[in-house]
Design a protein around this ligand. Structure first.
Ligand code: FAD
Ligand code: NAP
Ligand code: SF4
Length: 678
């Protein structure tokens, strides 16, 4: 077989001796919340099947606990439970018999949200709700037996293999490091003792499932926290699990409680794969690498550097189930790229275990509920506003066979995404704009830019339906001196249309206030585009790989040349409303740059002296050159109101529908759902 012209390595099969993976891309394990919903196995089957059809070589399911104390909700320990999984494995194998599906066995240990959780020692994790019970020798034997039983049940359920997670702060990893393993028996103390449980799990599972079953061990190749594993310990463990019968080692980076971002949008693409590469050089089994590999070109480059044998793409498979097939067919410009925002995936998992989906693809995990079927009655539809809401509507409606004309007053599509993409760390937003630009071509949407639409224009063109996606206008607080020249709006500040001085007050600390603070306090290259800057800002030492991978020195970002005050009226913590998985990174970064965050601020007036306020009832003057207003948004409904006055019907979506708590997740979701039903 000739190598693929663009991705010669990505599409080279991998021979595991007893079986073969058809290419080098696997869908990494993600907990989706589908595991706990009604009809969970039907929905999981549809979700995985779509990814199998999309060309991925191997799928790893979300983690399944081997017993009750290992997690919460679903588990796999009985033949009855195994029978339910058959729905998933049969569906995937029927979709493509060449695709392998492995089940992840997840023992959460001290991180289990379960009062009966267990661990090597009674050490509570900073991020866990319960102090775990210390396992005695008998308890350890029980956990071992449960791992083995779970693997057997997975085999019975038709899986091609299992992945055992030995990283992230879950049970096996807490045995590995001294900070959580205080034992003095044969399971604690020396590293040989501390890794005994991981090795024993692998050895016993291999003995139970036989030679022809894929066994993956997920190792923490850099814990990203002080007191984590040393480099030689990681190698020792990798060699030991290799000798114990593992088929593939998957590298993972960081414990969940580590104070370092490893998957958020400010992390450079493929930032960690070099760590896998070093390990790979010392081992014989194939290695998987991961984290922020979101396009096939990035994956191919990782393989070309020799960093890994296989590339794991998890969130990118939520964003676009057809990613691999599109790469194979030379349609990379049609890939809906994961922008690493975490807003509909990890933020849902960590924010009260809500069901996962994807900001750029609301169908993710809704495969049985949200479908874009061809229409029997094509309509002539006008969409006014080419922001995320209008774009998602137009794309789905045109895909279904409607005749869509998309208008925007601006000279390019994207709406507020054209502001977002200018913020350091949000460079991935360019990909979404590239995707929609291509979708407009693919689905034959008529695009009319630089066209401010009014009711007369719409009437003259006689549309069957009008969708108003005109977005928002910035809120302008009533304030003495609001018309002072030093007061500017966030749009002017981001686009550089008005100068920003050295001393700045930002009025409003929502998502946009934080982004503006990031933009104006930033110096040098964006960490998202420069691995050395990223490593310095987060205290990571990729080259020397000290214990845990971190330097232990409190990371210092370059202090901002500006004095920046980020203010809100509320008395709660500043940045409380930011995303669960990313908010802390923004607060830390800005704090390290010297940005001062203030709550409980009452704005009085702006004059030549600066911004006059009351804080806790005390007057305080901020002698600033510029006040940037980021005080929220209001719906822009001029067109909608005009249409209403004329008795013409229209449908509102996105910011034009409701500006409060609007974000792109809601805008794209609303646009897609309306288009699916029209
Ligand atoms: P908009 O994006 O505002 O688009 C409306 C469009 O309508 C505009 O292009 C406008 O030109 C056009 N229009 C208006 N009137 C007319 C007319 N009469 N005729 C023709 N065209 C018209 N959200 C997130 O989820 N995550 C983020 O990380 C994020 N970061 C952001 C960063 C910044 C700096 C900003 C400003 C916003 C960010 N957002 C983010 C918010 C997100 O961009 C918005 O929620 C989203 O763009 C709203 O989509 P929309 O389609 O409703 O409106
Ligand atoms: P926002 O998140 O609602 O924040 C508005 C800010 O303005 C708040 O700090 C609010 O706090 C303040 N404010 C409200 N009314 C005010 C008034 N009359 N006078 C002075 N201050 C006032 O809105 P946003 O920052 O404009 O962002 C718009 C949308 O884009 C948001 O929904 C956000 O989710 C989304 N977005 C998301 C991201 C992301 O990274 N996920 C980034 C950017 C934007 P006080 O009332 O306490 O002063
Ligand atoms: Fe990627 Fe954001 Fe979608 Fe999650 S929600 S898969 S991070 S694009």
């Amino acid at each position: 077989m000739n190598p693929h012209p663009n991705y010669p390595l990505l599409f080279t099969p991998l021979d595991l001796g007893f079986t073969r993976l058809k290419n080098r891309v696997l869908m990494g394990s993600m907990h989706t919340g589908l595991e706990e919903v009604e009809n969970s196995f039907e929905r999981l089957a549809a979700y995985f099947t779509e990814r199998a059809r999309g060309g991925v070589g191997m799928i790893i399911t979300g983690g399944v606990p081997p017993n009750e104390e290992a997690g919460f909700g679903a588990k796999l320990s009985t033949p009855e439970e195994a029978a339910q999984h058959r729905l998933v494995t049969d569906a995937v194998h029927a979709a493509d018999p060449e695709v392998k599906i492995c089940m992840q066995i997840l023992h959460m240990g001290a991180l289990a949200p379960n009062p009966n959780c267990v661990a090597p020692s009674a050490v509570k994790s900073r991020i866990a709700p319960f102090t775990p019970r210390e396992l005695d020798a008998e308890g350890i034997e029980k956990q071992l037996a449960d791992f083995v039983n779970c693997a057997r049940m997975a085999q019975q359920a038709g899986y091609d293999g299992v992945e055992i997670i030995g990283s992230a702060g879950y049970l096996l990893s807490t045995f590995l490091v001294q900070r959580t393993n205080l034992r003095t028996d044969e399971w604690g103390g020396s590293f040989e003792n501390r890794m005994r449980l991981s090795v024993e799990v692998v050895r016993r599972v291999r003995a139970a499932v036989g030679a022809n079953f894929i066994l993956i061990f997920r190792i923490s190749a850099m814990d990203m926290l002080e007191g984590g594993l040393a480099r030689d310990e990681i190698l020792q463990l990798a060699k030991a699990v290799e000798a114990a019968g593992i088929s593939i080692i998957s590298t993972h980076f960081c414990w969940h409680e580590a104070p370092v971002p490893t998957v958020a949008t400010m992390v450079p693409r493929a930032a960690f794969t070099g760590v896998t590469g070093r390990l790979r050089a010392a081992l014989s089994v194939p290695l998987i690498t991961s984290n922020r590999i979101n396009m096939p070109s990035v994956a191919e480059a990782v393989l070309a550097r020799g960093d890994a044998d296989l590339v794991s793409m998890a969130r990118p498979m939520l964003a676009d189930p057809e990613l691999v097939r599109k790469a194979q067919q030379g349609r990379e410009d049609e890939i809906n790229t994961c922008i690493a925002c975490n807003q509909a995936c990890l933020d849902h998992t960590f924010g009260g275990n809500k069901q996962v989906s994807c900001l750029v693809n609301p169908r993710a995990c809704n495969e049985t509920l949200l479908n874009y079927l061809p229409t029997a009655q094509p309509k002539k539809i006008a969409v006014v506003g080419a922001g995320p809401a209008g774009l998602s509507f137009a794309t789905v409606a045109a895909q279904r066979g409607h005749h869509v004309t998309l208008f925007d007053a601006a000279d390019s599509i994207g709406g507020q995404f054209n502001l977002a993409k200018r913020i350091p760390g949000k460079e991935e937003f360019h990909e979404t704009l590239r995707y929609y630009t291509r979708m407009i071509e693919v689905h034959g949407i008529t695009l009319r830019l630089k066209t401010r639409v009014d009711a007369a224009l719409l009437k003259s063109m006689a549309f069957d339906e009008v969708v108003v996606a005109t977005g928002i206008e910035p809120r302008q607080p009533q304030l003495d001196g609001f018309d002072h020249p030093k007061v500017i709006g966030y749009i002017d500040a981001i686009l550089g249309r008005r100068p920003v001085g050295k001393r700045v007050a930002i009025m409003g600390a929502g998502g946009i206030g934080f982004d503006v603070a990031e933009l104006i306090s930033h110096a040098g290259p964006s960490a998202a585009l420069d691995r050395a800057t990223f490593a310095r800002e987060w205290g990571i030492d990729f080259e020397n790989h000290p214990r845990g991978g971190v330097t232990g020195v409190v990371p210092q970002a370059a202090k901002s040349e500006r004095s920046v005050y980020l203010m809100q009226r509320k008395t709660g913590p500043v940045g409380k409303g930011l995303g669960r998985s990313t908010g802390w990174t923004h607060r830390l970064t800005l704090g390290r740059r010297g940005v001062q965050m203030l709550n409980g601020v009452e704005y009085l007036k702006v004059d030549d002296a600066g911004l006059h306020t009351l804080i806790n009832g005390q007057p305080r003057l901020f002698e600033v050159d510029t006040v940037i207003v980021c005080a929220g948004q209001l719906p822009l409904r001029v067109l909608h109101d005009e249409l209403l006055q004329q008795g013409a019907a229209s449908q509102l979506i996105g910011g034009a529908f409701e500006a409060g708590e609007l974000d792109a997740k809601r805008a794209i979701d609303q646009g897609s759902r309306l288009a699916a039903s029209i």
